[in-house]
Structures are given as structure tokens and as C-alpha cells.
Design a protein around this ligand. Sequence first.
Ligand code: CA
Length: 476
Amino acid sequence: MLFLVVFCVCGLLMQGEAQDRAAMWRNNDQSGRCQYTFTVPSPSETTCPQTTGPEVEGLKARLSLLEVLVARLSGGTPQVSPSKAQNDLQDSLNRAMGERNLLRAEKERLERELEGLQRRVEEMRRETERLRNKPCPAQTPAAPPRPPLQDSSLRRPTGGSSSLSHLMARPNRQGDSSSLRDSAWQYGASDFQELKAEVTEVPAPGGTEDAAGCGDLVSVADPVTHRKADNIAGKYGVWMQDPEAVSPYGPNMVWRIDTVGSEVRQLFGYEDMEQLSRGFPSKVLLLPDSVEGTGATMFRGSLYYQRRRSRTLIRYDLSSESIAARRELPHAGYHGQYPYSWGGYTDVDLAVDESGLWAIYSTSKARGAIVIAQLDPHNLEVRKTWETNIRKNSVANAFIICGKLYTVASYSSPDTTVNYMYDTATSQGRAVAIPFKNKYRYNSMIDYNPVQKKLMAWDNFHIVSYNVRLGRTQAK
Ligand code: CA
């Protein structure tokens, strides 16, 4: 019997040589006899009687081993789905593209600024040449006449020669030169008078604030740094606290706008100064219109700002998250017409002091000189205007304390000064010299908070504040 089985198997094996993958296995059955199993490929798949067997099991084992090896080669970690990896890659790409666009915008702004500077240098050169060639008058009978005002709502101060004195004592772009002349900018006639600042501010002995907490600016302390911005969008910006906060936001709420880029619409809110320093905002509002410059301010539950590429002022109500008022600031220059010396489309600077809301700007009628407007905080109507003799693009920034406008000489010099004060109560201005530090050498925003009695500033990615001291001053 055994012989017969072996013979049959041998015969089948010999026959199977003509066929591929014939195989045979031998096992012992429970009765001690040999049991032979063999498979022969069928010419037709559909006739295969079964799909299991030792060969299939072996293939399964080898497949499992290969899978383990592949997993080890790919890092031995749980598999990341291709879609997630793709999303991460897309996010990184988007971030990189965003930063590239911001850098391009910054480059374009700097190129425009360079062109402006080159034009200004050329103007000054031509004017110097003209003055050199002009014979000196034997005697100047009177001060040069001023051009007639075209807007009766604007009025000039009546300070005579002393009010003009700062014209010859303006700072240059880099620092605080008190003797730099800019003959390209004069009023009216071509007469040229050498005038010198004769007034400096010194604190009166024992001088203090008055009962209303008001006084002249006596000193500015060293800056305190609260936070450094995370990315290029925060190179310059504006931050503020509402001196008269309205529900639902309390007086500790801090607001911030990063102003790099052409579509600036995000307003970030932080619960308090600690949260501002520590981490993420608790509130992010998307403004309906883009913000221009760094002149925004906060007052009585509303954000006030200049709409991009326009002289339109917007009052954005924080509680309803909607525009409460919108009005043009009459004749105001915008989008690089009359910025501060550092540029940045800082044509319109809004400010709040003890007496309310103000706008600091210029007009073509004022020929680039700073105009101050007191605004109705409710509907943004101009209540009254003052025209100063301070050329707006000759100063780094300005703020208002107790109805007095102060200008800062340089945005980049680490040791500069508050160099001029204009009092709206008397319509008189005079040169001052109060030390002021630009710790990070690119100060793009300076504003006063009448409750904190502090100056808030944005200096080259850094959010900083300065304590100020007010008191009575006297001229000498
Ligand atoms: Ca300001």
C-alpha cells in the first residue's frame, strides 16, 4: 500500500516537472503513518479549490516581516497620514509667503522713503545755491509777511518772531541738531532771517501738577519694556489702554495693532499688562476697514483710527463691534503726504489727553506744518483747529498733554529730546529740551495716556512705556 502511494506521488511529481510551482509536504498522522500533501497549479484560477495552505501562510509571514521593516525604516513611529503632512507643509508655505510679502512691502516703503530723502536733499541743495547767489538785503524792514489763510477755521498763533524761532532749530532725521537749517521750507517771501531759540524749559522750584492733575511736561523717565513682537508684522505698531474704559472692557484691558502690511485690520485685546507681556490675546477683532499709520487711539469704549488711503476718520465701537461714526478730517494730507520723519504713512495721528480727543496732521494750506484739531469724540466733527509752525516731517512723533502738543526730535537717536511745545490755550509755541530715549532706535508711535500718566510707545518691535513728570515750568 505504501509503495503504491509513493509510486503515485513520484508519478505526479514527474508529471509536474512540466508545470511550475508544483509542491509536496509530508506529515505524520495520528496512527503513525505518513501523510503526503501536494499541490499543482491549475491552468485556470477559477478552478483552484482553496487559497490557504502552508505556502500562503509563509507568504503572510514574509509580508508581515516586510511591513515591520518598512515601519522601522520610516522612523519606527506611528504612521502620519499623507493628508496631515501635506497640510503642515502647506501651512509652512503660507507662513513663508506671508513673511515674504511683508518684507516686500517694507522694502518698497523704504525705497519710497529713500526717494523722498533724495528729493529733499536735492531741494535743500538748490535752495542753498539760490541763497548763496542772492545778495543780502541791506536792511530787513519787517518780518516776512505770511500768506493769507484760506480756511477761516484755521488760525495761526500770534507768537511773532519767537514763534518762528524753531524753524531754525529743527532736528535732522538722525538726531537732534539744534542748529540745522532747512531753507527749503519758509513762509511766503524769500527773506531769510537767522532766528534762534531763546526759550528753554526748566522746572520751577517745588513745581507740581495743578488740582486737575495737569501741568507742563517736566521730565520723561527711561523706557520700560513690556513685550517684544514675535514677527516682522510687529516691527511697528500701536498699543493703547482706554483712559475712560466702557463695559464690557475694563480699564486694565490693553489693545494692540501690528501695522506692518497693507491690510491692517486685526485688533488684539489683552486682559491686562501681564497678559500682554506673557502671551496670547483674549480677544481678536477684525476691523471693517484697514488701518493706516500708527495714529490710532482708544477713548470711551471706541477705537479711533484713520482709514487706509483716505483722510477718513473712523470711530469703531468696541461693545457692538461696529462703526459708530465716520467722517473726513477736512483738508488733511494722507498716505505719505505729511508723515512724521520716519515715514510709515503717519499723516494723521490721533491723541487723547485730559480734555478729550485730538488729531495731529497737516494740510496743503499749512504747507506741511502741524495742524491740531480738537474733535468731538461722538461724531468726529472738528470743534476747533490750531496751526503751528512745526514742520510735521521734521519731527519723529507728537503727543498732547493737558492741551499742549509736544514733539519728539528723533525716532532713531537713542538720546534725543522732546524739542517743542505748543499750547492750544494760548496759541503759542516754544522750544524745549526734555531728554527722551529711543532705546531700540526705531520709535514708530508715541502717545500719552492721561490716566496712567505715561507715554506709550512702539520702538522697533518693542512695546514700551515711559513715566512722565508734570509740573509748573518757567521760561528763562
Ligand atoms: Ca502720537
